[in-house]
Write a protein of this length. Structure first.
Length: 194
């Protein structure tokens, strides 16, 4: 009986290791070209564009098919069909609670009547962040908003995702890939002072 249990445990360990290894291989195939600017390969679903904003200490990659607009310290990405909008913002200092409260209030006002669906920890790639998800309305009907707030020793960042209530799997996969590439670094202005 103990031999069977040992064999079963070994199989489970090998199965778990194979699953983790498979996940790492998939992540490497998807993220490596995006992060290192290699030529497009068949492993990657679409060509990507790398965005770096050294003055804010922010970098990420997004599919070339998404449009990008920059206004001051706000970067807005829009999916080709307009069903997903990602907004990146950066604020000086470490004030995640104040920034999250202000962002939540602004989203509630913009999508009124809006309700908070979930408020608590979330993930931005592998990073733990504070997040809040709301459901509300705009001119086109019901909308969902997911806001993530993260702070570093130098700045506070917000990333907001707007979608219809049931976005397509394709859009969610693209958003997940974009969010997995987000990197925060020391802002250029602070790095040059040392």
């Amino acid at each position: 009986m103990s031999v069977r249990l040992d064999e079963l445990m070994t199989r489970r360990r090998l199965g778990g290791a194979a699953l983790i290894l498979g996940g790492l291989v998939v992540a490497a195939l998807v993220l490596w070209p995006a992060l290192h600017g290699d030529e497009p390969t068949q492993a990657r679903a679409a060509p990507v564009r790398l965005v770096t904003v050294p003055q804010f200490g922010l970098a990420f990659a997004h599919p070339r098919s998404w449009s990008r607009r920059i206004n001051g310290r706000v970067i807005r990405l829009r999916s080709p069909d307009g069903t997903a909008i990602l907004t990146f913002s950066s604020f000086p200092g470490r004030e995640p609670k104040r920034v999250k409260a202000a962002l939540t209030g602004a989203l509630k006002t913009r999508f009124s009547p809006a309700t908070v669906v979930r408020d608590g920890p979330g993930l931005l790639g592998a990073r733990r962040v504070d997040s809040v998800e709301l459901s509300g309305f705009d001119r086109s009907g019901r909308v969902r908003a997911l806001a993530m707030v993260e702070d570093t020793p130098h700045r506070t960042y917000t990333i907001t995702l707007l979608t219809p209530p049931h976005p397509s799997r394709e859009r969610l996969l693209e958003v997940s890939r974009i969010l997995a590439t987000v990197r925060f670094t020391k802002p250029e202005s602070l790095a040059s002072k040392q």
